[in-house]
Design a binder for this molecule. Structure first.
Ligand SMILES: NC(=O)c1ccc[n+]([C@@H]2O[C@H](COP(=O)([O-])OP(=O)(O)OC[C@H]3O[C@@H](n4cnc5c(N)ncnc54)[C@H](O)[C@@H]3O)[C@@H](O)[C@H]2O)c1
Length: 369
């Protein structure tokens, strides 16, 4: 198997799991990592045995590198993606794809012009939890989907992230930060969205950092921290998505999908595993559904492995730029709808990504509900 040589730009908190996991995929080889703060790149390189800790320019000038993973902040995703593409390398970006559709389009247009690929996080929807839910829906276990409800509610990231400011600036907030997990999962399960509406607010204009080493510093909140969106899917399903950093506790589901013949409870779309369960019309109890696919543990990187396969084999892949663009369109439109007070029709569209292959060891006949 030919290995795709990879560079990483951005060696902050999330880089650890990427650098660890990418070594587990046989078709990936990380050869260099870079960060504006050189010590961070050096620390990650020594932790994970990466051959070279270097500058961004050196990553971009390295001719053997074919794909670069952009793990910088939302505010720099576009500029770094454009640099990577300009250096004739494929790019896989952390979410969100960009701060707005205009910037994202610049990235996708440059990639198309240069015949390069753009991939984007999240890839959690390729995990066993969401893939099993996709099979349940595709096989009609709950009949025709009628509606869906999704909730991402917590009290923000300033209690644990060492540099949490970006979560409260453009490109952050609960919708742009966590919405991609929920919306990508929903699109994978139900298909594309055609119109949205939204209401949003900032409940607390200032947040106080309680993580070390910035304990006690204030952050001015610049983006909504409570968003309620309505999603009109192309297949007629009406969905609701609540995201917030303003809530201390709740007992709502991550995602539920309500069908003509039952209800599906979807596990946390910010994880790869979980326990899907269904309650079908006429049944007294909920039934837990066994996971039928691989990638149960934190497998961040599976989307990159899938992308590298696609580059080598000149075929489509799943966590691709058009999907991330559609997610961004939905998020931006929810914010815009809240400002204008109107429903908004989306001008982007994407197909459901292909399902992952079933786990070979799974015996389908053992799954009885
Ligand atoms: N932290 C998490 O749990 C988490 C989870 C999933 C996704 N993400 C996403 O991953 C991205 C990074 O998050 P993080 O938590 O690792 O942030 P972080 O602040 O810990 O790390 C970002 C790193 O990027 C570097 N950087 C910024 N601009 C750069 C540039 N132009 N060139 C080179 N390096 C640059 C910074 O110096 C920093 O080390 C964000 O988009 C975030 O939404 C984070």
């Amino acid at each position: 198997m030919e290995q795709t040589k990879i560079g990483v730009i951005g060696c902050g908190v999330i880089s650890g799991i990427y650098l660890k996991n990418c070594q587990l995929f046989e078709n990936l080889e990380i050869v260099a990592c870079a960060d504006l703060i050189k010590e961070r790149a050096e620390k990650r390189a020594s932790e994970f045995g990466i051959p070279q800790a270097c500058s961004v320019d050196e990553v971009l000038a390295n001719e053997e590198i074919r794909l670069v993973i952009n793990l910088t902040l939302p505010q720099t995703h576009t500029s770094v993606d454009l640099q990577i593409l300009s250096a004739n390398k494929n790019v896989y970006s952390e979410k969100p794809l960009a701060l707005n559709k205009k910037d994202a389009k610049r990235v996708l247009d440059l990639a198309a012009e240069k015949r390069l690929r753009v991939g984007c996080a999240p890839d959690t929807f390729l995990g066993a939890g969401i893939q099993t839910c996709r099979k349940i829906l595709d096989e009609g276990w709950i009949g025709e989907p009628v509606s869906a409800a999704a909730f991402m509610m917590n009290h923000g990231h300033e209690s644990w992230h060492p540099d949490p400011e970006f979560y409260y600036k453009s490109g952050g907030g609960p919708l742009f930060d966590m919405g991609p997990y929920y919306l990508t999962a929903l699109i994978n399960l139900l298909g594309p969205v055609k119109r949205v509406s939204g209401m949003t607010k900032i409940s607390f204009p200032q947040r106080t950092i309680t993580s070390e080493a910035k304990y006690g510093s204030a952050i001015d909140v610049e983006v909504p921290t409570f968003t309620a969106g309505t999603l009109g899917f192309e297949n007629g399903v009406i969905g609701t998505l609540t995201t917030t950093f303003d809530v201390w506790a709740h007992k709502m589901p991550f995602i539920e999908i309500y069908g003509s013949a039952g209800t599906l409870r979807v596990p946390d779309p910010n994880t790869f595993g979980g326990t899907p369960s269904i309650k079908r019309a006429g049944h007294d109890d909920w039934a837990e559904v066994p996971l039928l696919y691989s990638f149960v543990e934190n497998s961040r990187g599976v989307g990159i492995s899938d992308m590298a396969d696609a580059i080598q084999g000149d075929k489509p892949f799943r966590a691709w730029g058009e999907l991330a663009f559609h997610v961004l369109d939905i998020m931006e439109s929810i914010h815009l709808s809240a400002q204008t007070g109107h429903h908004l029709e989306l001008d982007s569209h994407c197909q459901k990504p292909a399902p992952m292959p079933l786990n070979q060891s799974f015996q389908e006949k053992t799954w009885k509900i």
